[in-house]
Write a protein that binds this ligand. Structure first.
Ligand code: ZN
Length: 303
């Protein structure tokens, strides 16, 4: 499952690949992907929209769209003829295509000669004859359309904790959050409504970097160790985002993209059960709980 750093790379790849393009038509081959909207309503709302920005909130990808209605277009032509600038015009609709990749969702960009791959549940025809395709083998991905002003109120997004690189995620916030929880650190760090950005991989990695035991009760963490944890959460996410800078995700690469291959280098405990700790040589341990594995060094993370 892609974690926040991987989603950040998808956002950057989408910007390089399709920013500024217009969507001329949309085909939805899996109705539940856009539910509760119907496939036809969804496609109609997107038709003629230009992609003007691509951002991220948590693991939600936010594709901002601008659409001039027929009257707006007529108005543009009239004003342009009179020498007015297009920027003085208000677009008729500003909406955001909200996408969550979940387990296996992937974007790719196809040229007219490329064959449509399997599991291509959404196809966006662009004005340069390429197609932006959303594939999703496990079919857990979601797509929603929202007015730009309402995105923050959308289910799933409204509950999210502050962005890990933003100023609202500071040591004070983390202290307050931990002090109110009787859960273990590992469990709490996975709760995106409390601490945003860590999935199973980077929760283990952040706790290893901070040298804190994953099974400690959150509220019992000292002030000094909370500061260390805050720093390591940012460090590990920053490292994961920048580790791939030499090998950029290319949506037009037919071979696709392996997260493990690109990000495995920054993992110090994840997926390393039985292997020696990079710091002390002790064998890395793993415990599986509720289908999720926790990796840690029993010596470096004794307490
Ligand atoms: Zn160790």
């Amino acid at each position: 499952m892609p974690e926040l750093p991987e989603v950040e790379h998808v956002v950057r790849a989408l910007r390089r690949g399709v920013l500024g393009r217009q969507i001329v038509a949309t085909e939805i081959h899996l109705p539940k992907l856009v539910s509760p909207s119907s496939a036809s309503t969804f496609s109609r709302k997107l038709k003629g929209s230009r992609i003007i920005a691509i951002n991220r909130r948590g693991k939600y990808i936010l594709i901002e769209l601008e659409k001039l209605n027929a009257r707006g277009r007529a108005l543009t032509n009239a004003l342009t003829n009179e020498g007015a600038t297009a920027s003085s015009l208000k677009p008729a609709t500003e909406q955001v295509l909200i996408v969550h990749l979940r387990m296996t969702g992937k974007f790719m960009v196809l040229t007219p000669d490329d064959e449509l791959p399997r599991h291509a549940h959404a196809v966006f025809y662009l004005d340069d004859e390429r197609r932006l395709v959303f594939r999703d083998q496990r079919q857990f991905g979601i797509m929603r359309l929202a007015a730009k002003s309402r995105v923050g109120e959308t289910k799933g997004i409204s509950e999210l904790a502050p962005e890990p690189f933003g100023s609202d995620f500071n040591v004070g916030y983390l202290k307050e959050t931990l002090s109110r929880s009787r859960r273990t650190l590992k469990t709490l760090l996975l709760d995106q409504t409390r601490v945003l950005g860590l999935g199973n991989i980077y929760a283990s990695e952040a706790l290893f970097r901070a040298q804190i035991n994953p099974f400690r009760i959150a509220s019992a963490l000292s002030s000094k160790r909370t500061e260390r944890l805050h720093q390591s959460i940012r460090d590990v996410l920053r490292a994961a985002v920048s580790s791939n800078s030499s090998r950029r995700l290319n949506l037009e690469d037919p071979k696709g993209f392996s997260y493990g291959e690109a990000f495995g280098k920054v993992w110090q405990v994840y997926d390393r059960e039985g292997k020696p700790c990079f710091k002390c040589g002790t064998r890395i341990k793993r415990i599986t709980h509720g289908g999720r594995s926790t990796y840690w060094c029993p010596k470096c993370q004794r307490r």
